[in-house]
Write a protein that binds this ligand. Sequence first.
Ligand code: N01
Length: 509
Amino acid sequence: MTSTRTRAADQDAASTPGDEAVPHAGLVVVGTGFTGLAMAHALQQAGIDDWLVLEKSAQVGGVWRDNTYPGIACDIPSHLYSLSFAPNPDWPRTFSDGAQIWDYEQRVARDLRLAERTWLGEELLEARWEAGPARWRLRTTTRELTANVVVDGGGVLAEPRLPAIPGIEDFAGTIFHSARWNHDEPLAGRRVAVIGTGASAIQIVPAIQPQVARLTVFQRTPGWVIPRNDRDVTEAERRLLRRVPALMKLQRGWQYVYRDGVLWKLLAHRGSRRVFERLSRAYLRSQIADPELRAKLTPDFEIGCKRILITNRWYPALAQPNVHVETSPITEVRPHAVVTADGAEHEVDAIVCATGFHVTDPPAGAVFHGRDGRSLAEVWGDSPRAYRGVTTAGFPNLFRIGSIGTGTGHMSHVMQIESAVRYVMDALATMRARGLGAVEVRGDAQEQYARRMHEMARDTVWATGGCSSWYLDAGGEPSAVWPSTAWHYRKWTRRFDPEAYVLTPAPAP
Ligand code: N01
């Protein structure tokens, strides 16, 4: 194992009464994706030293480390999809690809000297709140530690969701999820099935289509597609950005204003959604000549209900002679074939499951056990709750960032993460200033907030657009989304609001 003990953990290892062998940290951050990086920066800026980071992988990074599928790219412009404190003049494309974003995350981690404080290869497996000493007891892959505060940055689109199809476990060929690409099993020359037609599949299919012998795309619901205005950034442009960093702020500011001020309003309004739908249909007509295929690819729900697919390569790839779009539902997987409801048996050598993620039922649900011993998943049931997208009643000193109630369809998730980080930092400052050992959001404040969220979401396209999506929880509520602008979320997370919390003084030393 390559993990590094932090100063905080080393110094305190023997200082927790009755627990001499177990290291203790004031604060533990889970994950080294954008949340981990933003938290590390904020803690350093605040001069807080007693913290460490747990990272389940052997390398830093988040979803951009884990997703290595062919064609992976971001559909948000690069200068907006960056951390505010680490602008990058060297983005090589206006919409960067996955490897470039992971390189960026690694560079920021190096600049923050994150390795000195990170236990690599240590997945958080269990966390239990101990009320007496007001701390979390954490069990990781190989160790145990305690912490007063936990900030979970485990991610929202992180845990692969595999389809529950009868017989799938007996498939004899290669099978993997899009987010866990198996590079040891090349697909060139093979008959490949791709299950799913979401944001991941529309990038994978065009990338593998030229190499595979035959590609069958199993589509349950066609998405709305609009073209992506992507291009290389010239060396001269990059030089200019290095010389005049203010230009990066300007680009970021413009993209932010366009998305939050214009795009959000357009997507929130039914009339302008109709215009987007007409444009998308015109784009489909211009790309797909075959009327039968066009009919298969025409969505039957409102644009914006599912994430809009931004790509120039999806339709041209589907029109290639070695590609077949299958719309009959999958009923079974046999050792060498996928069977559909129309009785057809599609022989394949490999299956790529581009079937999305556990969003409103994340693994963290089973990891964290709160004040009464119940897990987050047990407390949440079908409808996960997070006050201001961050805290949950019954789970003192646990801050989860960028997960429940923070997703947007139009904005960079990195901005949402940085807003939540500010809220957490203000909570920590309040705890220090008031000598608090624990803060726990009050149940009534959380319920009031959830009602407000549901009211705000009730008329949005996520709830009314006639589709199912990862934005919705098992109860059909759009729990995963923040139903307003990113500016609004920033405003709501600007200050920690102690009046919504049960405040417990720190236990006597
Ligand atoms: O997952 P998804 P994704 N049988 O949940 C289908 C982000 N992202 O990995 O629509 C057959 O969107 C399912 O069908 P249906 C982005 O936020 C960002 O593609 O439920 N099909 C759907 O077509 C995105 O929204 C980038 O009817 C089954 C697909 O699988 C999010 O990640 C790039 C099935 C799942 O789509 C998730 O995207 C990539 C089954 N049993 C991803 N089960 C950027 O560019 C599921 N499906 C930033």
